[in-house]
Design a protein around this ligand. Structure first.
Ligand code: GDP
Ligand code: CA
Length: 333
């Protein structure tokens, strides 16, 4: 049985995993997939624990995602959010749909009973038949805080805010100076995370935001070391195509940590495992074919092929190419 472990953010991670599962259904039906999801975007809002990336993965794999909008539940309404706004509770610009609120209420109820997030996630996932084991990177509340530059107008000095406020309210319009993981030093990986990395046949870095999705997962003490030391090959798929971010605003995050928005620079940021880094192999889009020779010279196996998630089938072919580059021979069936 092939064991695959994916480190993932929300939408990019969810779409990649959905494609991988489509590929495995015929190529290796007995393969088991574990997704370790970013929890840095999580927050308490209106008394509820909201976990955007876990839920994007759950809804997408569960077939309940609003694919047109990209996130949240399909067939969603927002009556409860309108009530909350009338009371001045929560963030009016961070709309929680009614169906989505059901998820947050259930999760918060379990957390208040004292269950860890990983257990609450397992209970939520049980309903959806995900086809993967979905694990939060950590059970601890480690939220991403952005130090945002002064804008010279309302904000005359730099200020700290929750990642979601910078991302959703400000659309990353004010430059980020730094990202901090609040309470990270004392946090621990959720149960099963280190084992899933150490015991895998292949570890995959989804084409998720390298800073605030994958970077946050890797920031939980022990996870990066587990990736460095796993006997499994580690393969990543570039979230950057032709110097652009495909969807979203990942460039605003990369520039804050001094990494160029390119497929090559992100791979070099992760680094070759040969030299103490995190990856053995890296897929780039065909428009970034020039990076392949540079990466190979630097100890990272690489191929160039289309990396656009135009359909589940095409995404499945990308995942298959990643497995092949990692030299994973399907043992299942
Ligand atoms: P978020 O947590 O919802 O922001 O999602 P992730 O961090 O998992 O993924 C966001 C990233 O996915 C974006 O920054 C894009 O670079 C990447 N992405 C989105 N669509 C595609 C696609 O079609 N192909 C590739 N290669 N990357 C994509
Ligand atoms: Ca996210």
């Amino acid at each position: 049985m092939t064991k695959i472990t994916i480190l993932a953010g929300g939408v990019g991670g969810a779409r990649f995993t959905r494609g991988l599962l489509a590929h495995l259904r015929t190529a290796d039906p007995s393969a088991s997939v574990t997704v370790v999801a970013n929890t840095g975007d999580d927050l308490w809002l209106a008394g509820l624990r909201v976990c955007p990336d876990l839920d994007s993965i759950m809804y997408t794999l569960g077939g309940a995602n609003d694919d047109e909008r990209g996130w949240g539940r399909k067939g969603e309404s927002e009556r409860v959010s309108a009530e909350l706004t009338a009371y001045g509770v929560g963030w009016p610009w961070f709309t929680l749909g009614d169906l989505d609120l059901g998820t947050h209420i259930a999760r918060s109820a379990w957390l208040r009973e004292g269950l860890p997030l990983s257990e609450a996630t397992a209970r939520l996932s049980a309903r959806w038949n995900l086809g993967v084991t979905l694990l939060p990177a950590t059970d601890d509340e480690v939220e991403t805080i952005v130090t945002v530059a002064a804008d010279g107008e309302e904000a005359s000095v730099a200020e700290d805010m929750h990642f979601e406020e910078w991302w959703v309210r400000l659309h990353a319009s004010r430059p980020a100076l730094a990202f901090t993981q609040r309470n990270v030093a004392t946090s621990r990986p959720a149960p099963g995370v280190l084992e899933a990395i150490a015991d895998a046949d292949v570890v995959m870095l989804a084409p998720s935001n390298p800073v605030v999705s994958i970077g946050t997962v890797l920031g939980i003490p022990g996870i990066a070391d587990a990736v460095r030391s796993t006997p499994a090959p580690v393969v990543g798929v570039s979230p950057i195509i032709g110097g652009g971010v495909v969807r979203g605003m990942a460039d605003a995050c990369l520039s804050a940590i001094g990494v160029e928005t390119s497929a090559l620079a992100v791979a070099e940021h992760y680094g070759s495992r040969r030299d103490g880094g995190l990856i053995d192999a890296w897929l780039v889009d065909e428009v970034d074919a020039d990076a392949v020779a540079v990466l190979e010279a630097g100890g990272i196996r690489s191929i160039a092929r289309p990396l656009w998630f135009n359909s589940v089938e095409e995404t499945g072919a990308i995942a298959a190419a990643a497995l092949a580059l990692a030299d994973v021979r399907h043992s299942g069936g």
